[in-house]
Ligand binder design. Structure first.
Ligand code: ADP
Length: 164
């Protein structure tokens, strides 16, 4: 059985993430969407809320499950029985970071392969940080996030006090 994991912050999940999830789910028997719980990097949404949002918007794909994880990615991949780490690539500036991570992970385990999937052009400029920023400033995030999450993402981001 071919199992892959798609790790990330998902703070919050965007339509760009969802497109990668849909495409990767079609390639593997099982896709584990892994929400990195990094105690040194507190996100806007608590990890359990990010997992919950992911679960709600991936119900259409029975072979997709969302989980929270901490620690080393390659170890987590091995615990899941995954031989593939899926990552999305948007613009050239994603490449440097992704290249470095993939090499470091390869150094720790050659048994786990990192596979990159190109963004669909309509999502090339969609990022969680962009969503948080636009929502906090009262902009329209409708095209950027799943409709079912629109309200709670907007409300959570609007709570950020305006910086001046
Ligand atoms: P991280 O902090 O690990 O980069 P993100 O939640 O920002 O976590 O992204 C998780 C993965 O999804 C990364 O591989 C990222 O490149 C990919 N990704 C994010 N946004 C998009 C998008 N709009 N199109 C394609 N891939 C994306």
């Amino acid at each position: 059985m071919a199992i892959a994991i798609f790790p990330g912050s998902f703070d919050p999940v965007t339509n760009g993430h969802l497109d990668i999830i849909r495409r990767a789910a079609a390639l593997f028997d099982e896709l584990v969407v892994a929400v990195l719980d990094n105690p040194n990097k507190k996100g806007r949404f608590p990890p359990e809320a990010r997992v919950d949002m992911l679960r709600r918007v991936t119900t259409a794909w029975p072979n997709v499950r969302a989980e929270r994880f901490s620690g080393l990615l390659v170890k987590y991949a091995q615990r899941c029985g995954a031989r593939v780490i899926v990552r999305g690539l948007r613009a050239a500036n994603d490449f440097e970071y992704e290249f470095q991570m993939a090499q470091l992970n390869r150094g720790m385990s050659e048994a786990v392969e990192t596979l990159f999937m190109m963004t669909a052009p309509q999502y090339a400029y969609v990022s969680s940080s962009g969503v948080r920023e636009i929502a906090a400033l009262g902009g329209d995030i409708t095209p950027l996030v799943p409709g079912a999450l629109l309200r709670e993402i907007r409300e959570a981001c609007e709570e950020i006090p305006a910086a001046n």
